[in-house]
Design a protein around this ligand. Structure first.
Ligand SMILES: [Zn+2]
Length: 438
């Protein structure tokens, strides 16, 4: 007789301590690709979605708090698979900036824009693993961290010559160097490995193919997948043929073709778009239309806006002969992303936001606009940033769509994003693990 009593007391203590919130009356866009479902309801208990369905079938649990969402829309939180955390203050990039305070401030900015998870791609300090561990021990109140830790390049390789990047990635010359770096990195359990494979339009040193291949192969032995910053078609193809998990940017030098599609499909290589990365190179050479947009200015310091809106800043960009080329690279990136998607290559959502003048949060919404220009429909974009991107992270059991069992990471909107992806900006509230963060 002792067991039923024990079970009853455990059940009672669970009931009294469980935190349950009911959301009702909203139109659901769940991220699975299904169309909008009006008159929906959802029960969230202790940060996870317990039930979601038609409001008519809702059974409100005793003691639940109810949130009336009539006339509103619920979509999954945005997962950004390519960001950079913690190194930038204002417009200055420096690993000295990588403090708890600065990382958390950036995560809070992402959260305000509905970005509920971010994969930081290779520019982190060891502190990132502590912050990630704290989040994973409970219910985070900031954007969820995924991280590559330190990325890889060759000795003196791109991007170590960029301001504030020396000493940030590992610089590996030999397979032995690769093994040594992985022996340090792998025990920290990075969510992915990152390599920079680029000569920056011929101006920098590119890591040789055999060393990149060693990273992919040695990583795989340790159960780690590799994403590569690429620019050129030839690098994307060679690395996909060697088992690369993801290209962290679009191919930008030429149109993709069937040979690349075949290689990516054979290796299961994911494509990340990062269209705003191209935009960021040239967009401030003229005053952009969003400079005074409250959705932009709400997260950007006035002195930063003053700088990027100054004639001196514009002049510096206008005098760089490479800057105008990025308009063309953006077009190529847009076409290639759509071509690969239409051919059935797996596409995740990514922006490369975080470095100077690549504004976290705002740029994720700009990315959706550029994807729309490239021919993606709103529901496709929503599925890409939720379901697909959770699958990329191998987190489909916990994250991604608005479905039972998943963490309650979602956005409440006042306008329908299925009509126009720009309605993703009409943010009423953002939740991470059931915690309201905006
Ligand atoms: Zn990046």
């Amino acid at each position: 007789m002792r067991y039923p009593v024990l079970i009853l007391s455990v059940a009672l203590s669970w009931l009294s301590s469980a935190e349950t919130t009911v959301f009702r009356g909203f139109t659901l866009i769940d991220g699975t690709g299904k169309g909008p479902q009006p008159d929906s309801a959802m029960i969230v208990t202790d940060g996870r979605i317990r039930w979601v369905g038609p409001a008519a079938r809702l059974k409100i649990p005793a003691g639940a708090e109810t949130v009336d969402c009539s006339g509103k829309f619920i979509v999954p939180g945005i997962i950004n698979l390519h960001g950079h955390l913690g190194n930038v203050v204002g417009l200055v990039q420096d690993p000295k900036n990588f403090t708890r305070q600065n990382v958390e401030a950036q995560l809070a900015t992402y959260a305000r824009y509905g970005v509920t998870s971010v994969l930081s791609m290779g520019s982190d300090q060891p502190l990132i693993f502590d912050l990630r561990a704290e989040q994973r021990a409970g219910r985070p109140k900031l954007t969820r961290i995924f991280t590559a830790g330190r990325g890889f390049t060759g000795p003196g390789g791109y991007p170590t010559t960029a301001p504030g990047m020396k000493g940030v990635p590992y610089e590996v010359a030999t397979v032995e160097d690769v093994k040594k770096a992985l022996a340090e990195l792998a025990p920290k359990k990075p969510d992915i490995l990152k390599i920079w494979v680029d000569d920056h339009l011929g101006k920098e040193v590119k890591i040789p193919l055999e060393i990149s291949t060693a990273i992919i192969q040695e990583g795989r032995k340790l159960g780690l997948r590799t994403a590569a910053h690429i620019f050129y078609y030839e690098d994307a193809k060679a690395l996909a043929e060697r088992g690369l998990y993801a290209t962290a940017h679009s191919v930008r030098d030429k149109p993709v073709d069937q040979a690349l599609i075949n290689a990516m499909k054979k290796s299961g290589t994911w494509q990340l778009g990062t269209l705003v990365r191209e935009l960021s190179v040239f967009v401030f050479s003229e005053p952009p239309d969003f400079l005074k947009d409250p959705f932009f200015t709400m997260s950007v310091a006035p002195e930063v806006i003053q700088t990027i809106d100054s004639p001196a800043y514009r002049k510096r960009l206008q005098s760089d002969p490479d800057v105008p080329k990025y308009r063309g690279f953006l077009k190529t990136a847009q076409q290639n992303l759509k071509t690969l998607y239409d051919a059935g290559v797996k596409v995740g959502f990514a922006t490369d936001s975080g470095p100077p003048a690549r504004f976290s949060g705002f740029f994720e919404h700009k990315e959706m606009e550029l994807m729309t220009e490239a021919g993606f429909r709103p529901l496709e974009i929503i599925t890409i940033f939720s379901k697909n991107s959770a699958e990329f992270l191998r987190m489909s059991k916990d994250l991604g769509t608005v479905e039972p069992g998943h963490w309650a990471d979602f956005i409440i909107l006042t306008k329908n994003p299925a009509d126009d992806i720009k309605n993703m900006r009409a943010i009423d509230a953002v939740y991470i693990a059931g915690n309201r963060v905006r």
